[in-house]
Design a protein around this ligand. Structure first.
Ligand SMILES: *Cc1c(COP(=O)(O)O)cnc(C)c1O
Length: 412
């Protein structure tokens, strides 16, 4: 059977096939970058017009009540509940992943005093490490100490001195996935609180934060959730940790009654305590509409399609000898990776540019990684077959050697 007939059969059997029509995918483009910036959902576009023209344009300030703007951080977040396995009252959509991490880190450190060590992985997404470094310089020596370790040393580095374990479930480079349940359990046995970064997981990998007794988590709104560039992130705080200590970015939106304008901060007794300033209604409204795309799909369907696309990609790559020079750095075993694949090649950047010139959008991560994201909602198996054919041509004919493909741009 040729790859082409394979992919037609796979597309015909795809239970998520109809979801593609809910996105604006530019004609002639194959988008293998939904793990970095999700594409535009049709309903997000439509809602953005209502939001701006009608709600802001016509109803003006009354929209805070009339259109529920004031509750949007909560109502938007509740749509994530099924994707992350969380009962109501523990999620918020607000701020960026970085800012939310800072809030959670501060709370976790307070809850676990007098412990001060924060353990993370050396190859965690850098902003996560930077935020701990910032906390360290704010609090001063002896109040917060970052210790980064390699993955193989992770469990050995945990002990009763450690306050917080800060981990990203799916590695942004390799796509390798950590086991949240077993690591969280091991940390809890040692009295450690765990914060999980789910930026590269949510929307592609099924999660059960409540059932796994996760303490706190953050995640990104613009990757698999398709909330648009710079979309608000989300945070999760398990009910058992709420209302014990307050977070340090205690702006008026986290106050128990913000519209009393009291000079003294009194934190809300629920998850809204984790809000800081006025919610960015335009981007939050777009994210909220984008999340409606997930209303009638299950996390298991998302996972199964995403892995099937990636496995199909791997099988096609393996069948093309000219692609031997691409070295897979993601785990071969599907259950050990998230929704993306990464390959090392010394000309990774130029290959990525040559693919883009042919309408196939992937991304590149320094120093030599070519990364492909397998978003389950809009990709077709036929897209994968086409992408591998073009990739094989580019590599076989060294089309990446064109000088224009080697010029680095600011965002890679
Ligand atoms: C994308 C991503 C972020 C983004 O953080 P922002 O502060 O929202 O820009 C953080 N952590 C991980 C693991 C990511 O993949």
């Amino acid at each position: 059977m040729t790859a082409l007939s394979d992919c037609q059969a796979l597309d015909a059997a795809d239970v998520l096939a109809s979801k593609r029509a809910e996105f604006k995918i530019p004609a002639g483009k194959i988008y293998l970058n939904g793990n970095s910036l999700g594409p535009l959902p049709v309903r997000a576009l439509a809602h953005s017009l209502t939001l701006i023209e009608q709600q802001w344009g016509e109803d003006l300030i009354s929209s805070w009540n009339k259109h529920g703007w004031i509750d949007l951080p909560l109502t938007c977040a509740e749509k994530l509940g099924p994707l992350v396995g969380v009962a109501p009252g523990q999620l918020l959509c607000c701020d960026s992943v970085s800012v939310n991490l800072f809030k959670l880190l501060a709370v976790a450190l307070q809850l676990n005093k007098p412990r001060t060590t924060v353990v993370s992985l050396q190859d965690n997404f850098p902003t996560d490490l930077y935020m701990v470094q910032g906390m360290q310089s704010l609090l001063g020596a002896g109040q917060c100490e970052l210790q980064t370790v390699d993955e193989e040393d992770l469990l050995d580095s945990l002990n009763r001195e450690v306050a917080v374990l800060l981990l990203t479930q799916v590695n942004f480079r390799s796509g390798a996935m950590l086991d949240i349940q077993s690591i969280t359990q091991r940390a809890h046995e040692l009295g450690i609180l765990v914060i999980w970064d789910l930026s590269h997981s949510v929307g592609a990998v099924p999660l059960q934060l409540d059932a796994w007794s996760v303490d706190m988590a953050v995640g990104c709104g613009y990757k698999y959730l398709n909330g648009g560039p710079g979309a608000p992130a989300f945070l999760y705080v398990n009910k058992q940790h709420q209302a014990k200590v307050s977070q340090p970015l205690c702006g008026w939106m986290g106050h128990t009654s913000p519209f009393e304008f009291s000079p003294d901060y009194v934190p809300a007794k629920d998850i809204t305590e984790f809000l800081t300033g006025t919610p960015p209604i335009l981007s939050l409204g777009v994210l909220s509409a984008a999340l409606d795309v997930f209303a009638d799909v299950t996390p298991a369907q998302l996972r199964s399609k995403s892995l099937a696309l990636a496995d199909y990609f791997l099988a096609l790559v393996a069948a093309r000898p000219e692609l031997n020079e691409l070295e897979l750095v993601s785990p071969v075993a599907a259950e050990q990776r998230g929704g993306q694949l990464a390959f090392a090649h010394e000309e990774g950047y130029a290959i990525c540019q040559a693919l883009a010139a042919a309408g196939i959008l992937s991304d590149f991560r320094s120093p030599d990684l070519l990364r492909f994201g397998f978003s389950p909602l809009f990709l077709r198996f036929a897209d994968i077959a086409k992408a591998v054919t073009v990739l094989a041509d580019i590599v076989a004919q060294r089309r990446f050697d064109e000088p224009a493909f080697k010029q680095r741009q600011k965002v890679t």
